[in-house]
Ligand binder design. Structure first.
Ligand code: AR6
Length: 169
């Protein structure tokens, strides 16, 4: 089951929230900053031990002070015009997050709108890639995941996700 809500992902009591991280995994602004503030300093310590993460990939930590049990740190691409495999890399980081959740036997996972903030990925295209990748994963793979929540912070993304999910229902 796929749902969309508008709000702050740090408040969610799900098995894992996904972070829109950068390849250093050492924190930043946007949703990454919010997650580190809410999780507490143990999260940064855990991230340091991971030695970074490639674009299009994801890595797991515990959730520490968050209501979520785990954080899956996914690194989306910086949009540079669309000719450097940005769509493929965005799909890849959604898929890697789902694979990690499956490896851990998790049931519920929440995603922010990866790459659509400071990384500048066009929102409509990112929304299509996110929904298509999640739908295809849930249809084609054996997984423990029962619920995927897209957490939109801004109104524009919330509208886009609502429309696209209504079309594909
Ligand atoms: N809950 C849910 N979504 C949020 C929240 C929140 N608390 N805060 C912001 N968003 P961004 P990126 C939305 O810029 O584009 C960081 O510095 C926001 O409205 O957080 O992948 C990292 O360290 C937007 O729709 O991530 C990287 O360096 C979405 O989250 C870089 O930014 C993603 O925006 C990653 O850039």
């Amino acid at each position: 089951m796929i749902q969309v809500i508008q709000g702050d992902i740090t408040q969610l009591s799900v098995d894992a929230i996904v972070n829109a991280a950068n390849s250093s995994l050492l924190g930043g602004g946007g949703v990454d900053g919010a997650i580190h503030r809410a999780a507490g300093p143990e999260l940064l310590e855990a991230c340091r031990a991971l030695n970074g993460c490639s674009t299009g990939d994801a890595k797991l930590t515990k959730g520490y002070r968050l209501p979520a049990r785990f954080v899956i740190h996914a690194v989306g691409p910086i949009w540079r015009g669309g000719y450097l495999d940005e769509p493929g890399l965005l799909a890849s980081c959604y898929r890697r997050a789902l694979e990690i959740a499956t490896e851990q036997g998790l049931h519920t996972i929440a995603f922010p709108n990866i790459s659509t903030g400071v990384y500048g990925f066009p929102k409509e295209k990112a929304c299509e890639i996110a929904i298509d990748t999640v739908q295809s994963y849930l249809t084609n793979e054996t997984t423990s995941i029962r619920q995927v929540t897209f957490v939109c912070f801004d109104e524009e993304n919330y509208q886009l996700y609502g429309q696209k999910l209504a079309e594909t229902d």
